[in-house]
Design a protein around this ligand. Structure first.
Ligand SMILES: *Cc1c(COP(=O)(O)O)cnc(C)c1O
Length: 380
């Protein structure tokens, strides 16, 4: 089955007793045992819940992995995956990545003796140079957030295998519709399903998929032991979101390209970061490993004083954190999503007080461009 079809079929026809098309929301904490030693497959909803199972099986099929797991947020998913490691372990991590992941590693897991080195993973040499005898995994976001750098998945996996490391990919920006890292040999894919998979800025959720069943068993144990599971109502909302993912992303990336090209010609704009632009340094890698460039872009302006003006004056685009929904959102990473990254690190990465990030929605592209044109206009 092609991915558009798989997406629409997510969770469909799972209830043979009623024939419900939509997966029922099994709002039950516990399940009756038919007799001693006999189970329906469901005992207690932290361990497994039928609505959550429908979502977990759907994401595993979409990412072409062995097992899927649903969590109460993207951070809960990442936290659970990081419990695979123990004191003394070291990870090599993309340097410009989701600020919450940086905070989790730098301020929480560091206290438990798990170390991380943050490097530019779009450069394979930099990854290799950061690998130490105690390194256990590569943790990669591609494209990176917010600077949209692309890591070559195939090369990263080859390197990881040479050194016996796990490869963990945060696939939130691309989704399985555009990029399936497990097919390149990555071991774990994870998502903030809050973003594109849910797609409507109405649910917080996280997903994990493992390539093989053995690693799946370990994540399953951690999910049940730590307990940061997704509730049935929210699992249903993510299933509902999946059905329209393909058409949403097609429209979002069509809009994103139009906006990126328009921004590039705007005199107030310094640099546009979008992998679909012909000048993007990693465009060829992006084209090879993903079937599209997605709906996220960032841009820097020459004058930092224009930033508050833009954020105040957008009308169609909303000034808010998050991404991947049908509504276009604009973010100021240095003060919002990436505020917990130390200032000198941010400056080094290019996450400056002149950088804005745009999550492009499914509105009419001309309305979005007109909105930006008006917001970028400053009366002299
Ligand atoms: C939002 C986000 C997360 C965190 O997910 P939550 O659902 O907000 O907990 C992780 N990674 C990326 C790339 C994100 O955009």
């Amino acid at each position: 089955m092609n991915i558009e079809t798989l997406l629409v079929r997510a969770g469909v026809e799972r209830d043979s007793t009623t024939g419900a098309i939509s997966t029922p929301i099994y709002q039950s904490a516990t399940f009756q045992h038919p007799e001693l030693g006999v189970s329906t497959g469901y005992d207690y909803s932290r361990t497994a819940n039928p609505t959550r199972t429908a979502l977990e099986e759907a994401i595993a099929a979409l990412e072409q992995g062995a097992r899927g797991f649903a969590f109460s947020s993207g951070m809960a998913a990442i936290t659970t995956v990081l419990f695979l490691f123990k004191p003394g372990d070291h990870l090599v991590v993309s340097e410009d990545l989701y600020g919450g992941t940086y905070r989790l590693l730098a301020q929480v897991f560091s206290e438990f003796g798990i170390q991380a080195s943050f490097v530019d993973t779009s450069c394979t040499k930099e990854i290799e140079a950061a690998i130490r005898p105690d390194t256990r995994a590569l943790f990669i976001e591609t494209p990176t957030n917010p600077l949209m750098k692309i890591t070559d998945l195939e090369k990263a996996v080859v390197l990881a295998r040479t050194y016996g490391l796990l490869t963990i990919i945060d696939n939130t920006f691309m989704t399985p519709y555009l990029q399936r890292p497990l097919t390149y040999g990555a071991d774990i894919v994870l998502h903030s399903a809050t973003k594109y998979l849910g797609g409507h800025n109405d649910t917080v959720a996280g997903l994990v998929v493992t390539r093989d069943a053995e690693l799946g068993e370990r994540i399953g144990l951690l999910q049940n032991a730590c307990g940061a599971i997704l509730g049935p109502q929210d699992a249903w909302l993510i299933l509902r979101g999946l059905k329209t993912l393909a058409i949403r992303i097609e429209k979002q990336q069509q809009n994103a390209l139009a906006i990126a090209e328009w921004l590039q010609r705007h005199p107030a704009v310094e640099t546009v970061y979008y992998p679909g632009l012909s000048g993007h340094p990693n465009r060829e890698v992006a084209e090879r490993q993903a079937s599209g460039f997605g709906g996220m872009l960032s841009f820097s302006v020459h004058d930092p004083d224009i930033v508050p003006h833009v954020l105040k004056n957008v009308k169609v685009i909303t000034f808010a954190e998050s991404l991947g929904g049908v509504e276009s959102l604009i973010t100021f990473p240095a003060r919002q999503t990436h505020a917990d990254i130390p200032e000198e690190v941010r400056e080094h990465l290019g996450i400056t007080d002149r950088l804005l990030r745009l999550s492009v929605g499914i509105e009419n592209a001309n309305d979005l461009i007109l909105d930006l044109e008006e917001a970028l206009y400053v009366k002299k």
